[in-house]
Write a protein of this length. Sequence first.
Length: 213
Amino acid sequence: MRGLLLIVFFLPLVTAAQKPAPDFEELFRRAPAFNAQWDTLEIFAYRNVPLEDLPDVIELQICDSLRRDFCPPVTGRVLSKYGPRGRRPHQGTDIQVAYGQPIHAAFDGIVRWSRWNRGGFGNVVIVRHPNGLETYYAHLSGRAVKANDYVTAGQVIGYGGRTGRAFGNHLHFEMRYCDQSFDSERLIDFVTGELREHFFELHKDYFSIRSRF
Ligand SMILES: [Zn+2]
């Protein structure tokens, strides 16, 4: 009797072993976005891709509506928007966070960069997504991932803080395509945490610092 129970118990395991599930992570890593201009040492990876070479409109699938593959990095008050700001234009969106608050990956992707940056970002994590977009998470008090880690939307990639050039705790969040920044509020409502577009036409003129949502 005990023998029979063991057989019944192990049967599903044997079946599973005979038919291995496709390695999603491995398939994901083969996406073109992860196999060109991949640099885990330089903060900007597309130095040899000038803005002039980019098409006027880049069509991006942001989210597969069948899967829950978006998560706001944080929700909260926007303290400072994308736009011109004195000598140093503000190329991201600042969102209020508490010290140590978990910061989430916005979409599935692979961590391209996770380091300390002397240029003002402090502790920063950069995730590249399969559509080629990169998301930047800066001023973190701590980083929870390392370069080449596979992350899923919603995974904690770091913790809120004020490292680098920051006067108070906030998340400096950027979206870039081929190193070119655009206003992330075009895609994310940081107050409600909603994704505004599932399919996005990224126009070249959005890369202007004066082009705001
Ligand atoms: Zn900022």
